[in-house]
Design a protein around this ligand. Sequence first.
Ligand SMILES: *[C@@H]1O[C@H](CO)[C@@H](O)[C@H](O)[C@H]1NC(C)=O
Ligand SMILES: *[C@@H]1O[C@H](CO)[C@@H](O)[C@H](O)[C@H]1NC(C)=O
Ligand SMILES: *[C@@H]1O[C@H](CO)[C@@H](O)[C@H](O)[C@H]1NC(C)=O
Ligand SMILES: *[C@@H]1O[C@H](CO)[C@@H](O)[C@H](O)[C@H]1NC(C)=O
Ligand SMILES: *[C@@H]1O[C@H](CO)[C@@H](O)[C@H](O)[C@H]1NC(C)=O
Ligand SMILES: *[C@@H]1O[C@H](CO)[C@@H](O)[C@H](O)[C@H]1NC(C)=O
Ligand SMILES: *[C@@H]1O[C@H](CO)[C@@H](O)[C@H](O)[C@H]1NC(C)=O
Length: 374
Amino acid sequence: MVTTLIMQLVLLLLLPVTRVSAQEQQHPPPQVARPGCRDKCGNITIPYPFGIGAGCFRDDGRGGFQLECNDTRSTPRLTVTGYGIRITGLSVASSEARAHLRATRRCYDNKGRLVSQSGATFVPLVGSHYLFSQARNRLVTLGCSSLGYFIDALGYYVSGCMAVCRPQQFTTPGSCTGVACCQSAIPPAVDYYEPFLLDFTKEHRDRDIAFYSNKTTCRYVFLVETKWLSTRYTGDSEYLNWTKDFAVPVILDWAIRNVGNCSAARRNTTDYACQSMLSDCIDSEDGTGYRCNCSKGYEGNPYLQDGCRGIHPCPVLLFCFLLLLPLHLMNCFAKWKTSTSVNTKKSNHATASAQILWEATLANVLLGPVEMLR
Ligand SMILES: *[C@@H]1O[C@H](CO)[C@@H](O)[C@H](O)[C@H]1NC(C)=O
Ligand SMILES: *[C@@H]1O[C@H](CO)[C@@H](O)[C@H](O)[C@H]1NC(C)=O
Ligand SMILES: *[C@@H]1O[C@H](CO)[C@@H](O)[C@H](O)[C@H]1NC(C)=O
Ligand SMILES: *[C@@H]1O[C@H](CO)[C@@H](O)[C@H](O)[C@H]1NC(C)=O
Ligand SMILES: *[C@@H]1O[C@H](CO)[C@@H](O)[C@H](O)[C@H]1NC(C)=O
Ligand SMILES: *[C@@H]1O[C@H](CO)[C@@H](O)[C@H](O)[C@H]1NC(C)=O
Ligand SMILES: *[C@@H]1O[C@H](CO)[C@@H](O)[C@H](O)[C@H]1NC(C)=O
């Protein structure tokens, strides 16, 4: 009787599973890049409108979507053609790119003379599909005493801050509040970054003691993903001892920027980037342009004709369930049989034990495969 009950239970569970998996088999894997185009550089996924090679990226007169992958390096390097920016991540869902930015460095001897500095570190994004994200980046100056700032393409000041050390200087992790490290928010739609470090040398010592009482050998300025300050910057003396060059992650907002907004973009169907019928157009929140998003209940790449797919969270889980259930069942049943044969000898408790065992087995059968999935 128990066996038939279990069999019925199993059949009941399998019915919806087989139906869903049959449906799933009709779908090929979701597209990321255009057909016949590379969709990876090392472990970085390259979704259309980005692409490598002719016909693989969106070419609307603005730069930024054409990429190059250098495979000859030990870790393949992805760069933006014509801009030289190194990309470490691309997301269609958030319309963001993560880039690799070299910090600007200036080092001094104990007489306050400049002894070494980094090469050019400016990043021009003018006329491209990218902007530096206002929401997710900060300008950071590290080392004392120094005023770090950056200018725009016209040469005008954009943002900056001053870092000054104290005798007992070091701050707590992530607290970059002016002592040895300072941060400054940046305005929206920044498309050009050229950093500078203004140093405070010994010659001016008598002017204000607060600025000259303690120094670090090297001073840095860089634009960085805000998260870096809480996850990587430890605030201890190690950072102030740095004399090397280093790079940090910076977040870029990308959008389709050859047209100002969605309503303008929809007028030219050949140029309209939201190719999937199951997608929506969203005006860019940073600068001019627009982005595409798969409609509610769908996910994937809205920039491709068949890019958006329905979200089915169940099939994978159910498939595993289907695979594991018979195994688990056999195991459970074997245990149950051994237990009952032992139990029959103790006739007094047999009925009660069988009842408990049946309940335990049932619970096991139902929950076991789910547990095994975790
Ligand atoms: C890609 O590879 C690099 C280096 O091998 C690693 O540091 C990075 O975490 C990887 N990124 C992802 C998303 O796996
Ligand atoms: C790829 O990287 C290697 C190693 O740095 C370099 O020598 C080569 O010129 C690069 N190739 C291209 C096409 O940029
Ligand atoms: C600078 O700071 C360091 C670290 O706290 C300290 O050891 C040193 O005495 C300070 N120098 C001066 C001149 O205050
Ligand atoms: C920083 O440099 C000073 C002097 O060279 C050294 O005494 C100290 O141990 C260094 N601190 C760290 C954390 O490396
Ligand atoms: C969209 O852009 C067009 C042309 O640039 C402009 O005339 C229109 O006002 C814009 N619409 C909105 C909603 O911003
Ligand atoms: C529509 O877009 C295509 C491709 O970018 C372009 O060649 C064409 O001139 C545009 N048409 C209009 C009316 O703007
Ligand atoms: C894009 O679509 C997803 C899924 O429907 C939704 O969660 C998200 O909020 C959308 N993004 C924007 C900016 O509307």
